[in-house]
Design a protein. Structure first.
Lengths: 472, 472
């Protein structure tokens, strides 16, 4: 019996002596962290929701889940997070992002895709994207994601070493893609150059930090040809890493793929052995039933990005059909330039609302289904189902506390309904990744937010001036 | 030249003497309020956005809009709201709500409409809705709406006197419907009884408080027949009040109307002279081109409720066609039971996103267009376009300050884009209605929120027990 347990049973004696403060003890006898909550939404397979419960965490791992009293009786912790008006749940998993593009949020909206890309996004990127841009933009994104309860993200952008350094410091968990793209210009990088550079990135980051997983990020089958996609898969398999790619996103891609390859994107990938290894396919708006069967068989992780798909008018992904076929489906925000934030709560709501109205069926996509997509299902989709995505003994401790004291949570009949249909990113109070507290009662602990704000605003002012000049 | 103006020009002298505090003056010489902002988004016809500007307010009316320096030089105010990191804009107008249904938010979701209504919503309403329910639920709704920057709402529920009393105290502006419904049961109220009761309500509240406008709320053409709808319009015209109604909401209504009346809902209304007076028609998901022409000609105000239409799978309203035809369109949340909150920022985002993906056109619904629907356009739709909806000299001072210091507003290229695509209800800092401050830097001043929370939770616990018994 440990000290707190003793203390608890001796409560009536000790209270007379002025309380129940544990005496100084050897840190070795204590675990790192106890996280309490009015509810613990475990997201285990049975969707267990514990009332007045707590999670015990040590050395980054979940040791126990139980009633608050039992956990207090059995564990003494260096730090204990109070549970009143707090819902404890797994951190959210953002399965597809371009984090540094937070610096381009709202730079242009409501335009036709090619106007938006060629007159705003590409010019800004060509002129301004360097390692410094990526550092500032990724720090800004991590600040926003931690604030909103995202603990893991799958990123695809340039300068992956810089992204990895930011993650290393800020404490999040991420898979970071070495982007492979054929710029198709004599001055720009070729696909084979990007594969070579990607191998260097993977060499530097594989097995360096358990929170950081380097992967390859071949952009899409309209920016790479079949040979380049095959070469990327070969390199990924040689180094034992996964792949993240955009696939079947837009009517443009659908047409391009048919015109260029004589088949759809998923068929092409299957035909060239692209799925012979872990694959995360973002968007997947236009798969046929045959393609859905392939995605299920090949255990491709699909990432649904409802805000981006709606805002830039890519289409409505057939998520219920994919789920019914056994495809692993997660959720993502895409980049902030087409969103315009990194709010996974909004992605959950839209994932439910969009299917309901598209299929004219309010039953088709329930709150528990989309909450899974943002947690346990998302973890499975990005190949991390054994490690994260639920609060279960032995999993890494990626856990958030959501404050339920805001007016929009009054009253609370069903905690899962509220998490999906009501909760905002600003309700997230505390964020723990790998057992470490990254945000505590809304204070970010691992990012110098004042510096990031100043740097982001300064860079944005320069970009605004340049775009004004260009589009004058 | 008034005192502050003198103070300003003598700044270099006065600062040596320890500052520029205005000496005590007679309140008569001062105006009530100056509201500063980094931006003032006026929502006037030219969509003027003023930088580093201020709004002068006295006796509930907007006196002047100008640069912060000019306003400070020309007006001395009893209270001045600082403008750093604040965006000043008109308060949001929620064109369709059932406020007291906040007490039923999340009580049941993801069900087929008739299952949801007959097994959850109706039983809870039959057993629990009384004047006390309506008081608590409406107070909870007003708390949530003020918190999120809504200053005016158009409500339809039971016990309108109770609703009016809550509005009277909490300081919001509202049109409150006396609901007319034929319950079609021997024990329940008949339509003629509800019209009689409605007349009593209108007698008590017409011209009593300038913020409160009593109207009639005939429920729909599937809960009232043509004669009852005509009788309601006759009573409304006799008493000089407007009407709010559900119209063309669902495939069910479409079919019912054709089966029962041999025509669509709008055609029926037109054929019986129902539009011969101010009309607010909520939802309007299924109008034909001919019906859209009627809505434009008869100046019917249409309220678009995208969250509700998506969540309960009513359909996608043809908003771009209605706007193109000159129909006056506003936005609403509907009740919290089908939303599940009263967040007008989310309604704006969904209004844009839903049309873009439905029409596969990212240009079809822009940020300025939806911001108008929530402010100036919404005011016109509910017949208050001359009074509220924009920051213009002579209009009533219904004004909010939105904090732009959250991470998701960094950087800011376009303030209107951010207001629509990024801002959350929790960003709203200060809310002014009719020149009075209802919330100041996120503190609600006119509602005892602790009491409302306790009362709402107690009532919800009783309802939960009753529903558990019923559905066991």
């Amino acid at each position: 019996m440990n000290r707190i347990s003793f203390c608890s049973t001796s409560f009536f004696v000790l209270i007379l002596l002025g309380g129940c403060d544990p005496a100084p003890t050897d840190d070795d006898a204590r675990i790192d962290l106890i996280i309490n909550g009015d509810y613990v939404v475990s997201m285990d397979d049975a969707m267990t929701v514990h009332r007045h419960a707590a999670v015990a965490v040590d050395k980054g791992v979940i040791l126990a889940i139980g009633s608050a009293d039992d956990i207090a009786a059995n564990y003494s912790a260096i730090e204990t997070l109070a549970g009143e008006n707090r819902v404890v749940m797994p951190g959210l998993i953002n399965g597809h992002s371009h984090a540094a593009m937070t610096l381009l949020r709202g730079v242009a909206d409501d335009l036709a895709l090619m106007d938006w890309l060629t007159n705003y996004i590409f010019p800004a990127e060509v002129q301004f994207v360097d390692s410094e841009f990526v550092r500032i933009g990724t720090e800004l994104a991590c600040w926003e994601m931690i604030r909103g309860g995202t603990t893991t993200f799958i990123d695809m952008y340039y300068y992956p070493d810089t992204i990895a350094e930011v993650i290393d410091h800020c404490g999040m968990r991420a898979q970071i893609s070495a982007t492979v793209i054929d710029q198709r210009s004599p001055d720009a990088e070729s696909a084979s150059d990007s594969i070579e550079k990607g191998i260097g990135f993977i060499d530097r980051w594989q097995n360096r930090n358990s929170r950081i997983t380097p992967i390859f990020g071949p952009h899409a089958n309209y920016t790479l040809n079949a040979e380049q996609l095959k070469a990327t898969r070969a390199a990924a398999n040689e180094y034992g890493v996964g792949i993240s790619i955009h696939m079947s996103e837009s009517p443009f891609e659908l047409q391009y793929s048919k015109d260029t390859y004589g088949m759809t994107s998923v068929e092409l990938a299957e035909s060239i052995g692209f799925f012979d290894g872990p694959t995360i396919a973002a968007h997947m708006v236009w798969p046929t039933d045959d393609e859905i069967r392939i995605l299920a068989e090949r255990k491709v992780g699909v990432i649904h990005n409802p805000t981006s798909n709606m805002k830039i008018a890519s289409g409505v992904a057939p998520i219920p059909d994919m789920l019914a076929a056994g495809v692993r489906v997660g959720l993502g925000t895409d980049g902030a330039a087409s969103n315009n934030d990194l709010d996974m709560w909004e992605e959950m709501r839209l994932a439910a609302f969009l299917q309901k109205v598209d299929r004219m069926d309010p039953v088709v996509m329930s709150a528990p289904t989309v909450l899974k997509m943002a947690t346990s299902g998302g973890a499975a989709a990005v190949g991390m189902g054994d490690t994260i995505g639920s609060i279960e003994i032995g999993k890494r401790a990626d856990i958030i506390q959501v404050a339920f004291d805001d007016v929009h949570h009054v009253p609370t009949y069903d905690v899962i309904s509220h998490l999906v249909y009501v909760t905002d990113e600003q309700d997230v109070a505390t964020v723990v990744v790998d057992g470490k507290i990254l945000m505590k009662e809304r204070k970010i602990l691992t990012i110098d937010t004042a510096r990031v704000r100043t740097e982001a605003n300064a860079l944005a002012a320069k970009m605004q001036t340049a775009l004004n000049e260009r589009n004058r």
